[in-house]
Design a protein around this ligand. Structure first.
Ligand SMILES: *[C@@H]1O[C@H](CO)[C@@H](O)[C@H](O)[C@H]1NC(C)=O
Length: 254
């Protein structure tokens, strides 16, 4: 069988006059070879479309669309996509994947539990950027305390201390213990309000920023905050605490 095949083929291959057969072969060669480059083209096209679609799905026009980010929200695909698909819910672990270390992924951050796509500011929020500490995490505490590296946490417990005047026995001796207690209560209330305002400033900053798009919300297990160890106020914030002012009307000679 094999022998007869060889014998049959040989003459054909060496015999140009069989024109019909040669043409058919050439055609077959074409049929066989064209899919190769066509496949390469198809793969390239697929990759292009897929990468475009992925970037759109994940965050909106990151790859090769730097200027795209400068447009107002309503002119941007990712904004419309966010409006149409509704909010995404992410665990802190998932959010951490978008800290800017992977150039192919969008840069995300969260503030007070709300996630934003800040890819439009990759230069500052991405790897090596001065605000990279805020990427891939809800670092609400750091926005208020200013301790970027230490306070990459949403735990706001005790932050109000930074706005509470430092106790100073000499200064505090100008008030009776009762007055002082009353004053401390007020100071605490005001300090909490200041923390809220300070955080709200950044919450509003991201919500109103024309380059950043709201993606969704952080999803946390119940009781997550209580599971975290309470932290001290960071040194820089500690140093910035105000001092009580001795009231002028209080006469020292009394
Ligand atoms: C943060 O979120 C909580 C509810 O999750 C809300 O009560 C609080 O007002 C928010 N804080 C700011 C500063 O927006």
């Amino acid at each position: 069988m094999a022998d007869s095949e060889v014998r049959q083929r040989k003459p054909q291959a060496e015999n140009p006059p069989v024109t019909e057969d040669t043409a058919a072969k050439a055609k077959r060669r074409d049929d066989e070879s064209s899919p190769l480059w066509l496949d390469i083209l198809r793969v390239i096209a697929f990759l292009l479309v897929a990468s475009y679609a992925m970037s759109m799905i994940f965050s909106g026009g990151e790859t090769g669309y730097w200027n795209y980010k400068e447009r107002p929200h309503f002119l941007r695909y990712d904004w419309w996509r966010a409006q149409l698909t509704g909010p995404q819910y992410m665990t802190p672990e998932k959010l951490a994947e978008f800290d800017g270390s992977d150039p192919s992924k969008p840069v995300l951050l969260a503030i007070n539990g709300t996630i934003y796509d800040v890819s439009g500011g990759r230069r500052i929020y991405g790897a090596g950027g001065s605000y990279n500490h805020f990427a891939g995490v809800d670092a609400s505490r750091a926005y208020v305390t200013g301790c970027f590296a230490e306070d990459r946490t949403p735990d706001m417990r005790g932050v109000e201390e930074m706005f509470i005047p430092v106790d100073d026995p000499e200064v505090d001796s100008h008030w009776t213990p009762q007055e002082l207690e009353e004053m401390r209560k007020q100071e605490l209330e005001q300090a909490k309000e200041k923390v809220h305002k300070s955080l709200k400033h950044w919450v509003d900053f991201f919500a109103n920023h024309e380059k950043y798009v709201k993606v969704g919300y952080l999803e946390r297990e119940p009781g997550w905050l209580e599971k975290l160890e309470k932290r001290e106020l960071c040194k820089t914030a500690q140093k910035g605490r105000p001092k009580r002012k001795v009231p002028k009307k209080t006469p020292k000679k009394a």
